[in-house]
Design a protein around this ligand. Structure first.
Ligand code: GDP
Ligand code: MG
Length: 300
């Protein structure tokens, strides 16, 4: 392990990963740090909070900042919280990683670009999901199109391709300043285990109930206790309407059971321990548009 006086060759810094919803930011971060930390789904706006994902070795420490996608949403308090979190995450970082979906450049990407133009640190523009293209000329065509929006290198990748991710990672590390680690190298994230567990449960909800449950759900951990080599966790799923509550519970409770089973597997991997997980559902009208309940749920 490094000691403080031999850090002169150590590189460390914050990398903000920005882009419109659904381009693959959280997926890429999990691949870059080699561990599932940030939740993903095919639904836009899965990520609601800023999360720092930390990857440390003897040579470098990357602190990847996952952000909710900057988006043109409605005026609900939750939406405005998400946009604020996303744009404030550009302040004080060492590198900005701007992620695009290789198939579409949209109005929302242009909105992100406006934010990016204001930063002073290096910006890496990364074209994700190239595995969806059939041929190399198709990729080239898209890269040429993008060159009018971004001067400088554009790196085409698939977040699912290990070689692409390794190349990108080297490129990022090359741009980090020389300094001592920012966080304890043993830390994977600056978020608590409780927070990550609640996010895992929310991910399963979003994945299983894709269209029936638009954003009107959140998760609150009520008990989180380790005893006799086992974590006992109980969590409340908050929805906005009774009709949503019925959907989450499912026929004879099957949906809730399935969500619990999926989530428990992730949580056991993450906590490296057996887990007893209890879930229940409660209706709380308008939680996503009520500033006070947002605060009590940690959207601060
Ligand atoms: P975020 O909203 O930007 O954080 O996006 P997510 O990481 O949640 O990913 C959105 C969706 O895109 C998920 O269904 C991912 O599995 C998918 N995805 C991410 N990266 C890639 C990629 O390189 N190729 C393909 N085909 N899909 C990807
Ligand atoms: Mg995300």
């Amino acid at each position: 392990m490094q000691t403080p006086d031999n850090f002169q060759h150590f590189k460390a810094g914050f990398i903000a990963v920005v882009g419109r919803p659904n381009v693959g930011k959280s997926t890429l971060i999990n691949e870059l740090i080699g561990q599932k930390l940030s939740i993903t789904s095919h639904k836009p706006q899965t990520t609601r909070h800023r999360i720092n994902a930390i990857n440390s070795t003897d040579e470098y420490q990357m602190v990847l900042v996952d952000t909710p996608g900057i988006h043109i949403g409605n005026k609900r308090a939750l939406n405005s919280y998400m946009n604020k979190t996303a744009s404030s995450s550009l302040v004080g970082v060492d590198v900005v990683l701007w992620l695009l979906d290789s198939h579409h450049f949209t109005k929302e990407d242009e909105r992100v670009l406006e934010h990016i133009k204001t930063v002073e640190c290096p910006v890496i523009c990364c074209l994700n999901k190239i595995d969806k293209f059939n041929t190399k000329p198709d990729i080239l065509k898209q890269l040429t199109k993008l060159a009018q929006f971004h001067q400088g290198e554009i790196i085409p990748i698939s977040a699912f391709n290990k070689k692409d991710v390794a190349y990108l990672k080297n490129h990022i590390i090359g741009l980090l300043p020389q300094q001592a680690p920012i966080f304890d190298p043993d830390y994977l994230t600056d978020r608590s285990d409780k927070f990550i567990v609640a996010e895992f449960i929310r991910e399963k909800l979003m994945r299983r109930l894709s269209d029936e449950l638009p954003y009107g759900a959140t998760v609150e951990i009520e008990h989180f206790k380790q005893e006799n080599g086992l974590y006992r966790i109980s969590a409340k799923i908050l929805v906005e309407r009774d009709s949503q509550k019925r959907i989450v519970i499912g026929k004879q409770g099957q949906m809730l059971k399935d969500i619990g089973t999926d989530a428990r597997k992730n949580i056991e991997d993450f906590l490296n321990s057996k887990v007893y997980l209890k879930l229940w559902v409660k209706t709380q009208e308008n939680w996503s548009d009520d500033k006070r309940s947002l605060r009590s749920l940690g959207y601060d």
